[in-house]
Every structure is written in C-alpha cells, then in structure tokens.
Design a protein around this ligand. Structure first.
Ligand SMILES: *[C@@H]1O[C@H](CO)[C@@H](O)[C@H](O)[C@H]1NC(C)=O
Ligand SMILES: *[C@@H]1O[C@H](CO)[C@@H](O)[C@H](O)[C@H]1NC(C)=O
Ligand SMILES: *[C@@H]1O[C@H](CO)[C@@H](O)[C@H](O)[C@H]1NC(C)=O
Ligand SMILES: *[C@@H]1O[C@H](CO)[C@@H](O)[C@H](O)[C@H]1NC(C)=O
Length: 751
C-alpha cells in the first residue's frame, strides 16, 4: 500500500512539474527593449527575432546593429532562468521587409537545392555561434503547390542537417519550430502539414491580426478565439490544423500583446462590427498592451470582456480598440490546456505591462489548469490513499495562497499615493514654513523649496501654484508614471502632499542644481572639465535608455533640456520632470488648442511641423543637449560670422568644414580621455538630423558613444536648416511651435 502511494505521489509530482507545457515568447530587436529586462522566469522558451536571408548568397545573417544583443541573448536570459531555452527566429526575407507578408525571397531560396544548403548550414552555424538552442522560421504564408512542395523538402533537409550536426554527446539537437498562419489552409492553398509534422518540434500559430484597422473599415475582434459569423478565429484554425493531421501536441497558440485601434464613424455605435474610418492612436493602428494600459488608466476607462469572441474592447473618445486583457489571456490558456495543445507563444514580450501582468496571468492559469487536472487524477485513481489526498489538498491550498499573496502585492504597489504621502505639517517644518531662504527657484508649476525632513533627509518640494488648472492632472500623471521609475539617473520622487488643497511633489534634493547653471556660466563652467562632462553625457544616456524601456516611451512627452538635468553632490546627472505627460486630451476636439509642453530648441521638426510624435523625439532633444554640453552654447542665440546660424546649423557647418574644434568649449581638453569631443559632436549631429528615421536609436547612440572605434555615418543636414530666408531672418518662430496641432504617435511593430 505504501509503495503504491509513493508511486502515485511520484507520478503526481511528475505531472505537476509538467515539462511538456511550452511558455514561449518573442523578443524583437526593433522593440529596443533591453534583453536584460525580460523576466525570463515567466517563459520556458525565448525566441530572439530576427535573423534575415541574404538575397545573393541565401545565407542567413544578423544585422550588425543587432549582433551585440543577439550574441548575448542566451547568456542574458538564462542568467535569470537557467532552464530557459532560446531560439533564433529567421525572418523569411531581408531586413527591410519586416512586417511585410512577402516571402518571395524565401521561396527563391527553397527553389534550389544549393540555396537550401547555404541557408541550412548558415542557420546552424549562426545558432551555435551565439548559443541558441533552436531555430524558428517566422511566418510564411502558404502559396503555390510548387512552393509548398519545396517547403516540404526544405524542412526535411533542415531536420536532417540538424540531426546530423556533429555535437558533443551532452548537447541536444537544435529545436526546430515554424511560425505559421492560424489556419493551414488559406485561400485554398495549404501548408505541407505532413512535412511540418515530421520535421518541426512544434508550430507557433499566428492566432491574431484577424481584423486590423489598416485593413478593415469596421471594428473587429483581432484575435477572436471564437467567431459565430466567420472562420477568422483561433478555434477554427486549431481544429483545421488537427483535422489536416498536425497533432495538438505540436501546436502552440499565439497570445498577442498588442491590439488594434479604429476610428469610429459614429462614436455612439461601438459594437463589434461597427463602421470605422481606419486607424487610430498610432501610425498603423497597432497598439501595445503596455501603451493601452496607460491610456486606460489615464482616461479612467474600463475595457469590457466579450466572452462570445473572447477578447477585450474599449472606447476612448472616438477610438475603438480590440485587444487581449487578463480575461482573454486566461480563457485562451485554459482553452489551450483543455484542447491538449503544447503551450502558448507570446508576441511580443516587450509589449506586456510593467508588472508582466499578462505573462504572469498566462503562467498562473496554466498552473491552475494543471492543478485541476491533477485533482481529477487523484479523485479517479482507485489506489488513492487518503493520505495522498490530504497532502495533495494541502499542496493545492499552498499554491493558492501563494497566488493570493501575489495579488495582494500587486494591488498594494498600485497605491503609490498612500505609501508616499506626506503631511502638510511635515513639509512646512522641513522647509521652515516655505521660507524665502529655502526657495530654490520657480519652475513651470510654481516655486521649488529645499527642505530637510526629521530624519535629516534633504528634499526638494515642488509646490504647485494654487489655481493652476494644469496642476492636478499633471501631478497625478507625474506620480503615476514616476512612482515605478527608479533609476540612478532619474531624480527620485519621494512622495506627494495633497493636504489643505495643496499639491506638492517631494523629490530627493540635488545639491548642485541644474546643468544649465554650469554650462552657460563663464566661471562655473570651468568646474565642468571634460571628464565630468563625459560622466554627465553617460548618465543622461543611461537615464534616457531606462525611460525608453520602462516608461510608455511612445507617449510620454518629455522635456529634456539642460535645466532639467540636475546634478548630485558628485556632479552625477539625474533627469527631472521626466514624467510630465500631456498626450491625449479627454476631449479630442480640444486637440488643436493643446498647450505644447517642451522648449523650443529641443523639439524635433516632425513635432513642430506636423505634431508627429516619433520614437526619436528624445534622441533629437538628446542631440541638442549633447551639442550644448560640448560647446557651452545656448540654443537661443545665433552663431556664425554673420550671426545668422542657429546652434545646429553652426555645428553642422563647422563639422563639414572639418573645423569642429572651433565649435567646442575652448576650455575643454579631451586628450587624456578615450571619449573624444569630435566623436560626441558627430553623434550629436546624427541625433538632430531632419528626418527622424535617419536618427539613431538611443541604444545605438549609447553604443556609438561607448565604442570609440566603431565607424560613424556622416550626418545629414540638421533640422530647421531651411527655416531661413536668404537674408538670414528666421521664419520658424515660436508662433509656429504653438500652432502644432494633431498629435500622432508613431509606433512600429512587426505583425
Ligand atoms: C550578402 O552577401 C554578399 C556576398 O557575401 C555581401 O556582399 C552582402 O553584404 C550581403 N548582404 C547583407 C545584407 O548582408
Ligand atoms: C515581394 O517582393 C519582391 C521583391 O523581393 C517583389 O518583386 C514582389 O513584387 C513582392 N510581392 C508583393 C506581393 O508585394
Ligand atoms: C524554380 O523556379 C523556376 C522558375 O520559377 C521554376 O521553373 C522551377 O520549376 C522551380 N523549381 C522547383 C524545384 O520548384
Ligand atoms: C459580444 O459582442 C457581440 C457583438 O457586439 C454581441 O452580440 C454579444 O452579445 C457580446 N457577447 C457578450 C457575452 O458580451
């Protein structure tokens, strides 16, 4: 009896520790989300995207700019989760074709045996060189029967090569997976299901993007699990795959961490299937869950869950958004378990919110389902001893309490305001009743005071002017956004005080004040030798990189300028006021009267001219700041022999004439530093280029500044160079800045 109990217990534990359930997720380098921030414990498999196919050799290659992230991907994610497996995903085309459903190059490649060999050999070499444990072929659509026949041979050869690869005895063969459409049959064309079944370890289903706002003129469930009126749904696709011969145990359902936003024709008609005019919120209508969540909080909107389709929907103004929230993810995971699928695949990991709520939900739901199945096994098992039942129940209860605990922590963290509240009396005492001696200055919100708490901690208090209408909202914004942003190069928000109709923000105190006080002062600037400036540049870069990743980068309108860079006692920089967001007005009609937050000189041209908020907004501001740090020059003055050039033009002219040293602050000496002023200037000029697409990303900027030997491209003309008549008078003045109206957000996402 005891023996059987042990056996049952063992098999039960084995079951609980089910290794056969895949929790996979994509990381796309274009997301610019640092790999080190991925919570890899939530996944069993991490897919690194993308390698591309070279159109002349048909070998695969990794973009030079991706190389540093991809070559360390495995090491980085396994440092948090040693059992995580990594796969290198190959886009079925060249680097410039990401997002297009055009795999013509892939079909060219599989058309000839020698090309297939080049591809296959190079893929194995690339995977092994970078420590990946598998290969994934990204979404290829089914096309002609000839192509599909080639695809069959291709998979067979790929698998053969993988099996024949000479390996050390303890190295398992590479995993081989394929990203496929939600259904094996599209427009009566069909994937080579048998070959896929025989050669692939599993299939990542693209079970989303059924309806998109760029395609459909009506609102739709973009990732419906069921759809009573059409075959465009995941359940249909899964049944079709199984019917065509792919075992359920080779199917991995896709969980989208993005949704689509439509502009409604009539904002009172917002059912599923309502008429729509096209995209909303972003350039292509796709919105990340992270961004959406911020929008929902900002507007106080609660999405509805439609259990017929299994999807969440919400309306913000005249925008209608279809996406998967916690309920939808839960239902889909539980469906996948019941259907006997192999697992789920997240597309893409960086779009989850800051607390990994979707990934956590998916993981917990799978565990819950396993627990349920385990209980069933226990109940049905004839040999089940009472002892086992009791211990299993205890085990089950324990799990539950852990989950509950997790939830409690989550809701507590949300209540940042309570945790960080200060009383009016505390602040009044700290600032000596807001005495004028303690006044540090006057910011956009109102006066700023220095103070000292009873525990001797020095603080800076921003006291919002009473009657400031913007105040409350901005205070809330700043808090909501900053409470969770913690980085050495960001000024720490300690809390707020809202007693007695006061609106105060309490920050850590920065003894050396702001950067502009040093840069533009002939005497004080002497304190900033080149080494200190390099430290400042590096700190700002790190702070910005962090913000771009952790904050909802595409929407926060940060005001990065010299006066917002504060210096601590070691002259290390910290960015302040980074959380001030002002994006969507509650009433969209008010958009044209929107006040532009930002300082002329630091605002990129696409925003000034068209109100386009590009991903490279901050990069531009950073470039301007960098020029100021190396030159000590302001943006508000004119330069050059005729005093007709703005700062950017002046820098560019000198750089072109190869007399960039004339631009630098003459007091600076970079001879003993590996970071050279000239290089900084070139990076800065790359950042302030007219077209935002030409500007490097912050990640690239960071690497350009660190890596002294890497060759830099030559910058194009900087922004605002044409804003000038021949007589040198500026025509792009402040008025034009204020009239910028519609705000679009550009956000790129491969689908
Ligand atoms: C493709 O391969 C050719 C020949 O080796 C090479 O010259 C070219 O730079 C490669 N293209 C890319 C995008 O890597
Ligand atoms: C796909 O790309 C190829 C070039 O790589 C082009 O010739 C072809 O027209 C494209 N097809 C579609 C449908 O866009
Ligand atoms: C390769 O492509 C050519 C031209 O499209 C075609 O004639 C040929 O049959 C294809 N070969 C195979 C093996 O599909
Ligand atoms: C889901 O949406 C459809 C279409 O708007 C509606 O007919 C249906 O009643 C909704 N179902 C639920 C359960 O909300």
């Amino acid at each position: 009896m005891f023996k059987t109990s042990i056996l049952v217990l063992l098999s039960f534990l084995n079951f609980a520790n089910s290794q056969n359930w895949i929790r996979s997720g994509y990381w796309y380098s274009g997301s610019e989300f640092p790999v080190s921030h991925i919570n890899s414990r939530l996944f069993t498999h991490l897919v690194c995207a993308f390698a591309y196919i070279n159109s002349s050799t048909y070998e695969i290659y990794i973009k030079v700019s991706d190389e540093p992230y991809m070559s360390t991907f495995t090491e980085t994610v396994t440092s948090k989760n040693p059992s995580a497996k990594t796969l290198l995903s190959i886009w079925a085309g060249e680097a410039n074709s990401v997002g297009e459903e055009n795999s013509s190059m892939f079909f060219d490649m599989i058309n000839q045996s020698s090309h297939r060999t080049s591809f296959i050999e190079s893929s194995i070499v690339a995977a092994r060189r970078h420590g990946f444990m598998g290969l994934d072929l990204s979404y290829v659509l089914p096309t002609t029967p000839a192509n599909m026949a080639n695809m069959g041979s291709f998979f067979t050869e790929w698998r053969e090569a993988i099996n024949l690869e000479p390996r050390k005895y303890d190295t398992p063969p590479l995993i081989l997976t394929m990203g496929a459409m939600y259904s094996p049959v599209m427009d009566s064309l069909i994937y080579p299901v048998d070959d896929i079944k025989r050669n692939c370890d599993w299939v990542h289903m693209r079970s989303f993007d059924y309806h998109t706002s760029s395609k459909d003129r009506f609102t739709g469930a973009h990732a419906a699990l069921y759809d009573p009126s059409s075959n465009l749904n995941t359940d249909y696709g899964i049944n079709e795959w199984i019917r065509r011969g792919l075992p359920a145990k080779k199917l991995v359902v896709g969980l989208p961490y993005h949704g689509y936003a439509w502009t409604l024709v009539n904002s009172d008609d917002y059912a599923i299937g309502a008429p729509a005019k096209g995209m909303a919120l972003t350039k292509d209508g796709s919105v990340s869950y992270r961004y959406l969540k911020w929008q929902l909080n900002y507007h106080g909107v609660k999405p509805v869950f439609n259990s017929t389709y299994v999807g969440n929907y919400c309306k913000i103004g005249s925008s209608w958004i279809s996406f998967d929230d916690v309920e939808a993810i839960k239902t889909k995971v539980s469906y996948a378990k019941e259907k006997g699928l192999l697992g789920y695949n997240v597309f893409q990991i960086p779009n989850d919110d800051m607390d990994w709520i979707l990934s956590t939900t998916a993981q917990e739901e799978a565990n819950n389902q396993e627990n349920k199945q385990q209980l069933l096994v226990i109940v049905l098992s004839a040999t089940l001893a009472a002892m086992i039942l009791v211990s299993a129940t205890i085990c089950f209860m324990k799990r539950k309490s852990i989950i509950l605990k997790g939830k409690a922590v989550w809701s507590k963290r949300n209540k940042y305001t309570n945790q960080q509240g200060f009383t009016f009396a505390q602040i009044a005492t700290a600032t000596d009743n807001f005495s004028s001696e303690n006044k540090l200055g006057e910011g956009g919100f109102g006066p700023v005071y220095k103070g000292e708490l009873q525990n001797r901690l020095q603080i800076a208090v921003k006291r919002l002017s009473k009657g400031s209408k913007q105040g409350i909202e901005e205070l809330k914004n700043e808090l909501a956004l900053t409470a969770r942003l913690q980085h050495f190069n960001l000024v720490k928000v300690l809390g707020i005080c809202t007693e007695r109709e006061e609106q105060m923000l309490i920050y850590e105190y920065m003894p050396n004040g702001s950067l502009d006080k040093y840069l533009f002062d002939p005497v004080k600037s002497l304190c900033l030798d080149w080494q200190k400036r390099v430290q400042i540049i590096d700190g700002i870069t790190q702070g910005l990189l962090y913000l771009q990743v952790y904050s909802v980068v595409t929407i926060i309108h940060r005001d990065l300028k010299a006066s917002n860079i504060l210096l601590d006692k070691e002259m290390k920089p910290k960015i302040s006021d980074f959380g001030i967001a002002k994006v969507f007005e509650k009433d969209e009609n008010a958009a044209s009267t929107r006040r532009i937050i930002g300082t002329y000189g630091y605002i990129p041209p696409e925003y000034v001219k068209g109100g386009v908020y590009s991903r490279k907004y901050d990069v531009y501001s950073f470039g301007v700041l960098l020029l100021q740090i190396i030159s000590g020059k302001k943006t508000s003055s004119l330069y050059g022999l005729q005093k007709n050039l703005n700062l950017l033009e002046h820098a560019y002219e000198l750089w072109k004439k190869d007399s960039s040293m004339d631009f630098m602050d003459p007091m600076l000496d970079d001879s003993s530093s590996t970071c050279k002023m000239k290089r900084c200037m070139q990076v800065a000029l790359l950042c302030v280029q007219e077209r935002w697409e030409d500007r490097p990303s912050m990640l690239e900027v960071s690497s350009m500044l660190k890596n002294e030997t890497e060759n830099l491209p030559a910058p194009n003309m900087p922004a605002f160079s044409t804003c000038k008549r021949s007589d040198g008078e500026k025509i792009c003045d402040l008025m034009e800045v204020c009239s910028a109206s519609m705000l679009t957000i550009t956000q790129e996402m491969p689908r």
